[in-house]
Design a protein around this ligand. Sequence first.
Ligand code: ATP
Ligand code: MG
Length: 656
Amino acid sequence: VPETADAVLDGLDPEQREVALALNGPVCVLAGAGTGKTRAITHRIAYGVRAGILQPASVLAVTFTNRAAGEMRGRLRQLGAGGVQARTFHSAALRQLQFFWPKAVGGELPRLLERKVQLVSEAAARCRIRLDRNELRDVTGEIEWAKVTQTVPADYPAAVAKSLRDAPRDPAEIGQIYAMYEQLKRDRSVIDFEDVLLLTVGILQDRHDIADQIRRQYQHFVVDEYQDVSPLQQRLLDLWLGDRDNLCVVGDAGQTIYSFTGATPDHLLNFRTRHPGATVVKLVRDYRSTPQVVHLANGLLGQARGRAAEHRLELISQRDPGPEPVYAEYADEPAEAEGTARRIRDLIAAGVPAGEIAVLYRINAQSEVYEQALADAGVPYQLRGAERFFERQEVREAGVALRGAARAGGNDPLLDDAEDLPAQVRAVLSTKGWTSEPPAGSGAVRDRWESLAALVRLAEDFARAKPGATLSDLVAELDERAAAQHAPTVQGVTLASLHAAKGLEWDAVFLVGLTEGMLPITYAKTDEQIEEERRLLYVGVTRARVHLTLSWALSRSPGGRANRRPSRFLQGLRPGSGSLGAVGSGGASGSVERGSGLRRRGPRGPVLCRVCGTTLTEAGAMKLMRCEDCPSDMDEGLYERLRDWRSEQARQLGQP
Ligand code: ATP
Ligand code: MG
């Protein structure tokens, strides 16, 4: 803990210090990735508290994720400023709602709805509209979108038309279902996730006494990642503030990646118009990444178009030089995954901890090949914000169907017209809604199709590697793979979508699948949507401290037609891709490596006991992934607890 308030300012550069010292009045920090925005606001709060200018309980710091909130609270404690509220908009609102509900409405706060999709399904049935499961998920998503953009059911059709998005059903029908869903919630006295913000806003608008009480409690507000604030969150913030302006916001318009929820960087960029006299600070020193990574990020910024781009700020790296970014081109997707896994093994061997490595992709369905390749290479991994491939509902259902067909052997009439294995798999999956062509549009239908497509490719690879293999052989293989993926993943490599990687950083980052169709994703059509895809790549690049690898595959499956092109965003950045001219200070450096076909497997890493984590040598134990000392009949939750218990014991014994 720093000894004095002034010592809290050590470790800040002059501009960050200016932020920390501007404790009164509106402050806006406009700065690029890795420039220490989050650090500046954390130290600002700590300094204010330590200097006796801010009461800890009077500060509300709002972050984008619970994880970020937890990190900020931890950091504040380390700086000697515990007791400050650092929360997401949602958790701050829920706390207030619980507290004020009895006074504002009477009785207890209604229960939070757990099975939203089920209630939407019931609402659809009452409206006599039939939805299949995918449509159901997408319609549920539409209702969420409508609510965060404060669109009431009657206005939904007009709003969706204006937003240029494709509705999964006739918008009038969705509007009807939405209205019925709201009715059912009222009847049953439950509220959903979005209601938490909406109701808080409603109460603060209607009840001046309650609004005053909250305003007396909170005198200072700080908001991180302000470029992605939704209209509803902004409304809540305005109500919290009332006519005061003790607000400090930080953001990077170049990292706006949630506009599909109605978020817009306009609040950030117009801050001074709304708050005349605001202190505006720009940070340009990048403390996170090496000059090589920063050079590439600047190049990407240079290509950006649109409102956010007018405010771009070139970053200046403060770190020692590191390796050039690696561009790697592979023949097909499995080769890309295996090549990535091999590079990751090399990094771990060279001393980079697995927890300091991340593989980032555009959509969650891309994780499967990477999960498999990492499992094959014996590298532990963890998924952020997504289910593991074999735990996804559609994949589990497909597994059940394949198992049934395998049991029926040749007697299943479904398989009559199918010899070879992939055709059999396609026939079985067609009963689960699989089609050879992807469905139009985005959303749950597309995600589900991608998962099943990954299973079909897996069957094709398997049949190629093992000619004559039967459906039963394939099912056994799938079971084995699923089991391997259940291995414990303490401190593993992070697999995450670019959206889930916001605000985080790792020593080594692998940006994979950088092809046209994936980034930008096929359904990004308008110029604005394409720009948001480019910003996603910028977010990805700027997560890396030292090692950055950008890769793509020219075809999807081994031996497939080379029909994919590297992402247009790499034009002018990737060596040999020709310069676009206006690419800022970026531009080609480094070289493109051709990943080998890599169908061979590298040596496997050690197999660990899934309970205690010791390295296994005995063949039987390796198959079970459990050593003889550890009990067998435990569910995953118990494994977790037992591992925690063991590591706690080890800690107390002073072992690492
Ligand atoms: P993002 O836009 O990705 O959210 P950010 O601007 O919030 O990035 P931080 O996460 O606050 O950046 O900082 C990036 C990294 O640089 C962190 O590891 C942080 O500790 C470090 N850092 C920030 N400022 C300084 C400084 N003045 N001296 C040393 N390290 C710093
Ligand atoms: Mg940050």
